[in-house]
Every structure is written in C-alpha cells, then in structure tokens.
Write a new protein. Structure first.
Length: 309
C-alpha cells in the first residue's frame, strides 16, 4: 500500500498570519465588516418575527451586502456597532425604517402579470358593476398590499379609469401600502424613468402619463387625476388588523407570501379574507396558491380567488 507523505505544517510569515487572523475574525484588510453567525441570528430572528420574511442561513450574504450600505452611511466599522444601535433605546426611531428599507425586496413593474388586469377589466368589473352596482353607490375600494414604488397601484388606476371612461357613474379609490417608507415616498412622487413604462400600452401612455418638458431627462409622471385616486400608507402585513377598517372589493397581494413561512402565509390569508367584502376578489402572484389554506375562497381564474357572497 502506498502512503502519501503528509507535509509538515509550516508557520506562516507574520504578515500572512495576520491576514489569516483578520479573515477568521471577519474583517478583511479592506475594512469591510462581515456579519458573523451571532449577529445574523439576532437580525434574522427580528426580521422574521416583525416582518414575516423568511431569513434562512442561505440569505446571510444577501443581508450582509444590503446592510453594508447602512454601515457606510452611519460610519460604523462593525456589525456589532450596528446591532447595538439598531436595538438600542433610539434605534426604533433612528434606524429601524432604514433597515427595513434595506432588507425588503421591491421588485415591481407596470402591468406585471398582465392576465390579472385583463380579467379585472374584461370579466370582473363588467359583471360586478352590472349585477351588484360596484362603484356606483359608493367608490369601489381596491387595495395593493405591497405597492413598492407604485407601479402596481397606478396600473390598477389606469385599468379602473379605463372602465370609468365607459361608465361615467363608476368611481373608485385605491389604497397602496408597503412596509418601506422609502418606496412609499417614491410612489407618491409618481415619477419614473422612461424605460420603466415599456409595458404600458401606447394608448394608456397617451391618456395617463406626462413626459418631462426636458426630454433629455427621460422621465415621466402619472397624471394628477390618477394620483389623486391613490393613497399611500405604511402597513406591516404582520400586524393584527393592519390598522385598517375598510373592507375591499379587490385585494392585490401578489408575490408577497413567497417570502413568508407557511404559518405566516396562512395567518395573512385569513386576515385578507376578513378585509374582503362578500363576493370580493383576492389576486395572488403567479407562483402562489391558496392550496392547503382552509378558507372558503373559490378560484375564478389562475391565482384569482373570490370570497363567497
């Protein structure tokens, strides 16, 4: 039997030894702070408990990367300093909203998953306006639960305004919520780079969008008539009743529950059920489902569910 010689362990030169110790301690020579297991556990437990967002160990690098910006902004050199600040007596006021803005995902587009808007305009609105008078006796209430920077609620406004163009006694209001104060403010401003409006049909662009006078800026803004129909408000979907008393005809909660664990998914679906009017509709994302949730919703189209009358 052949035996492979095992080389003797050699001492590292002083500079190499120092480098190895720095790396093992989580601090590269560049000064970039790293997130150790203890710090990650503190932060991930808080994020999961307060925001409902799953934060497994596989997301450690993502969390570290996103919070690096906060360390730079605050001129902190370590995550220990950051955790101490965040959970300190003034952290809830001074830093918590910035941390939430940093860790939440805000992927959104105009007319994302367009079949939902086609079904709303072509099937749901004509049927419920005709049979139940939705939007005639009082404004139809629609809730975009994860509005991000506003593309979804403004898409809804365009669709509802399109319907109103053919039914002059129809009215509506849209509540746009998110947990991130940063994206809510951008939604209120309703200003977007020109390439963001690519999915908006040309006819809608002419009706509902304004171009900057300075074309070189490449910016557009939602028209005031639509902006006036949308109210932006901060809501944590993990809170007991969202702080809302309204019951809605339509709720869009798309691409949200994929970030929650199963118990929180079920709790959220039950709360949304309670906030829907009888006969109201819940829209989920294309990869989400109500399967296994013990609620009397029934499916009317892919990822569109109706609450019984």
């Amino acid at each position: 039997m052949l035996h492979q010689a095992i080389p003797k362990k050699r001492s590292l030169p002083e500079t190499a030894q120092t480098r190895a110790e720095e790396i093992s301690n989580g601090a590269a020579l560049s000064g970039r702070a790293t997130l150790n297991a203890r710090q990650f556990k503190q932060l991930s437990s808080f994020i999961e408990g307060e925001l409902g967002i799953k934060m497994p160990a596989t997301k450690k690098i993502m969390l570290e990367s996103r919070l690096q910006k906060r360390l730079r902004a605050l001129r902190l050199s370590s995550f220990d300093e950051y955790v101490e600040l965040l959970f300190g007596p003034d952290g809830a006021q001074s830093e918590m909203r910035h941390m939430i803005d940093a860790v939440t995902t805000n992927k959104t587009d105009f007319f994302r998953e367009p079949d939902h808007f086609r079904n709303l305009l072509g099937m749901i609105l004509p049927e419920r306006y005709g049979s139940d008078g939705w939007g005639r006796r009082e404004p139809m209430s629609v809730w975009s639960t994860a509005s991000s920077t506003g593309e979804e609620p403004y898409t809804l406004a365009m669709v509802l305004e399109e319907f109103r163009g053919h039914h002059t006694d129809f009215s509506y209001r849209i509540l746009a919520t998110d947990i991130s104060t940063d994206v809510l403010e951008r939604g209120r401003q309703a200003i977007y780079a020109e390439d963001r409006i690519e999915p908006v049909p040309p006819a809608y662009r002419q009706k509902y969008l304004l171009r900057s006078r300075n074309r070189s800026e490449g910016l557009i803004r939602i028209k005031p008539e639509l902006r006036s129909r949308v109210t932006f408000q901060r809501v944590n979907l993990m809170s007991d009743d969202f702080g809302l008393r309204t019951r809605f005809e339509v709720i869009f909660c798309r691409n949200v529950i994929i970030y929650f664990d199963r118990p929180n998914q079920v709790r959220l679906m039950r709360k949304l059920f309670d906030h829907l009017r009888p006969g109201g509709y819940l829209f989920l994302g294309h990869s989400e489902t109500m399967a296994g949730v013990d609620l009397p919703f029934y499916s009317v189209a892919p990822t569109i569910y109706r609450k019984p009358e």
